[in-house]
Write a protein that binds this ligand. Sequence first.
Ligand SMILES: C=C(O[C@@H]1C=C(C(=O)O)C=C[C@H]1O)C(=O)O
Ligand SMILES: NC(=O)CC[C@H](N)C(=O)O
Length: 875
Amino acid sequence: MAIKDLESIPAPSVIPPRILYLDAYDSFSNNIIAQVEICLNAKVSKLYIDDPRFQPGAKPALLGTSHSFHEYLKQFDAVIAGPGPGTAIDDKDVGLMKELWKLQDADLLPVFGICLGFQSMAVAFGADIETLKEPKHGLVSEILHKGRSIFIGVNQLLATQYHSLQVNIEHPIQIKRAVRYPGELWCSTGKCPDIEPLAWDFDNRTNGAVLMAFKHAQKPFWGVQFHPESICTNDEGKHMIQNWWKCAQTWITKHAIKSTPISATVPLSVLEYQCALSCKHISEVTQPLVASVRGTQSDTIFRKTVSTLDPERLAKLIRNGDSHSLPNLPPDVVHCATTGSGRLAVADVCNVFNIPRSEAIILESGLQADLLPLKVGTGRYSIIGLVIPRETLRLHYYTDTKLLQLRDGNNSVYTETLVDNVWSYIKTVMKHLKPKREPSGPTFAPFWGGLMGYVSYEAGLEQINVLPAAYRENESAVPDICFAYITRTIVFDHQVKKIYVQSIRCPDDKPWVSGAVERIYEAVGYKSAVPTPSPMPRPNPFDSMLKDPVIDTYLDPNKTLIAVADRAGYSCKVSKCQNIISKGHSYELCLTTTNEIRAPKSSSADSPSSTNELSWKLYSRLVKQNPAPFSAYIRLHNLHILSSSPERYISWDRNGSAQCRPIKGTVRKLPGVTQSDALAILSSPKERAENLMIVDLVRHQLHGVYGAGNVRVTQLMNIEEYETLWQLVSVIDAVPPGVQKARTPDEWEEPADYVSGRKASPETSSLGFEAFVQSLPPGSMTGAPKKRSCEILKDLEGEKRRGVYSGVLGYLDVGGGGDFSVVIRTAVKIDSGDNEKEDVWRIGAGGAVTAQSIPEAEYEEMCGKFSSTARAFNR
Ligand SMILES: C=C(O[C@@H]1C=C(C(=O)O)C=C[C@H]1O)C(=O)O
Ligand SMILES: NC(=O)CC[C@H](N)C(=O)O
C-alpha cells in the first residue's frame, strides 16, 4: 500500500510517544521540544549530533552505553532532526543526522526534519544545497502548501524562516520559474524521484520559489524548511506538527514497530563531552593540582600548587569565617528598617555614606523629573551595596586558569581552588547564605544582601563550551567573575518613595541599621529644608552642577584622546559577518568593538579616595546625561565600572519566576530623525527580524530550564525611548510549574512579601538561578545560533576579550532572587601598574548584523551607542 493511502487511516490513540530530538546546536531547539511535548503529549529526549558515544572509535562502555546509534534508536517511536548552523553537505554540521537517512527495513522509524534536518534529508535523496540570493532570518511569509499529508486541514500558514541555504531538486518551478499545470508543483523530479514536494514559498521575487516541505515517497520521512516553533509562526504550525504525528502513527501501526525499552542514554554534560573527546576520565580533568595563578595586589601570574576546596567548605568560610582573617558573618536574620525617601535621591544617600570616595556597588534606576521611575516594570528599585573596609569578602574567578579565589577584606587571597564548574560553587554558597529566620522588620525589598558584581562575556562563553580568547600580554588580568559579599544595603523603592536599610551582617548588626536610618532621616530633613521648586526640573546635563574644576582639567579636550573603531574597518567586518551569514553559519551576529577614551591621570587623584571620587563624578555625569533603568556603579578591587544600560538580562523572584527583557533594534536620535521616522524604521521587517531571533533564542533558553508550557512572551517588540536612542524591546517570562503567579511586564517589580520565597520548593525556587547561568552569555550580545555565532565573533573580533562589556552585572539575593543587566553603554577602567601616566576608559559598542544590514548604517549605530556613554567624557 502506498504511504499516501496509509495517511488517511485514522490514527489510534497511544501512550505518550517517545521522541528523540537530534540537536545540531541550534538556539531554538528547546522551543521545538516544548512544542512537540505539548502538541503531542510526548516525552522528548535530546541528543547532540556529535554525541561522543556514537562517534567512530568511541568507547561506548566507558560512557555508559553499549549500543550503536541504530540500536539506540530502537527505544524511540520517532526522531526529529532539528535546525542548526552550517550546511547539510558538511558531515560535521549534521553529524548523526546522516545515519537516519540510511535506516532500512526493520530499523526504519518516522523522522521529521526541520530546516538543517530537512536539508540533510534532501541531500541524502539526491538534492543539492544552494545559497538563497536573499537569506531569510526571522522573516515571516505565507506558505503555499498542498493541503495533504502533514498539511491536511491546515489553513493559511504564516511561517517564520531562518535559513540562508535552500534545497534544489531541479523542479521546473526552480529552473524555469514556471510549471505547465498547477499540479506539477507537487510532482517529484528526475533528479530526486523520492522527494514529493508539499509546500513552496513564493514570497521573495529574487529568491523565486523555495521548497518549504516534502515527504519521502516510500520511507516515513517528512521535513519542513521553516520553523514551526517560532513565536511568529501562526498556530497552523502546531496543527502541522500534530498532522506529522498522525502520519507517523499510521506508519507505525501499519509496520507494527514497537520501540524496545533499553537502558536510557542520558545527555552528557559539557565536562563529560570534553572527557569523552579527549578520552580521559572525568577525575583526570577535574583535579589538576598545579596551575598558573595570580598573586594578590600585583596580580602577576606565577605558578604554584593549589589545594582543592569543596563548595560546601567555601560556603562555610564565607558564612562563618575563621578565627583569623575572615569575619563571622552569618546571615541568620535580615535586619531591616524603613524610612521615607522624600526628595532624597540615590546620590544624596551615597554622599551620606561617603560612597564617592570609597569602594561600593550601586544599581540605580534612572528617574523622571518627579523622582518616579522612568519605566514601570524595570526601574522601581535602586540598590546601594556598601563595601565595608577591611571586611567585605570577594569571590574572583578567572577563565584562563579556572581558578576560584576567596579574597579577604584586605584583598589577600585567603584560599583558592581549581574548579571545573564555578557555578556549582556559587550555587552552594547561595544555598548556605539563605537566612534561617524571617526578616526582623517588614521588608519588601527584592534584595536583602548577598553577592553583587559582574560576570564577564568570557565567563559566559565557558557555559557554551567556547574557549575564551587568551589575555593579551599587556592586558592586566581582570577577574571574569567578581562578586562581593554585600551584607549592608540601602534599597530605594522609587514607586512609593521608601527606603529600606538592611543588614544581614550578623545577629548583632541592628545598631548599625538604626544609626543608618538616623543619618538618612537627617538628610531627608535637610533636603526638605532646602527650597526646591516642585516638581523638580530635570537637571540640564550641562548645568553648573556638572561643572567641576577637577573634571574640567581631567577631560581637557587637548589632552584626552578618543579612539573610535574606524569606519572602513568596522564596515568591512559587517560585510564579513554577512558573508558568513549567507553561507548558513549564523542567522544574526552581534558584532562589537572596543573604543577607548584616554586621559592623562589627574594630578589631583593622588590617593585612592580621590581616584574613586573622579570615577564617581564621571558616573554622576553619565546618569544625568543618559538616564537608564539599569545604571550601575562598581568600584571594587582594580575596577571602575560606570554603566548606563537600558537592558535587563534576567530577573527572578524568590519563588523562581523569571523575566528576560532583550533589546534588539536600535534607531539613533539624530537631527532630522523624528519619532515617527523611528517608529517606521523599528516596525520594518529588518528590525523586527533582529528582535524576533533573540526572542526565540531567549524562549529556547528558558524552555531548557522551565520546560514546556512554562514560558510566555508577554511583550513582543515594544518601542521604548531613551535619551539618545529608540529601542525595540520584548519581554519573556517563565513561571515554575505549580507557581500560579503570572505577571504582566508592568507588574513584574510589584513588591513580594518576604515570606514568598519560603513557599516555593527548593527545586522551583532555584530555577531562576539555573536560567541565569544557562543563558550566559546574554543572547542579545551574541546572535543566533549562539555557540557557532560566538566562535565566529571571536575570530572576527580579532581574538580580543570583550571582558566586562557584553557580560552581565547585578545581584544574587540571599533570599533566592536575582536581577542582572546586560553590560552595555558602559565605561570600564582597570587600574594596573602597566600605565602610570594615563587612564584608559574602554567603551565597547556594537550591534546585531543580519543579511539585511547596511554596513555603513551599522557603523553609525555602533557610534550612536558609543556616544551615549562617551558623552559623559565631553567637557
Ligand atoms: C551591542 C550593543 O547593544 C546590543 C545590540 C542592540 C541592537 O543591535 O540593536 C541593542 C541592544 C543590545 O542588546 C551595545 O550597546 O554595544
Ligand atoms: N535554521 C536552520 O536550520 C538553518 C539551516 C542552514 N544553516 C541554513 O542557513 O540554511
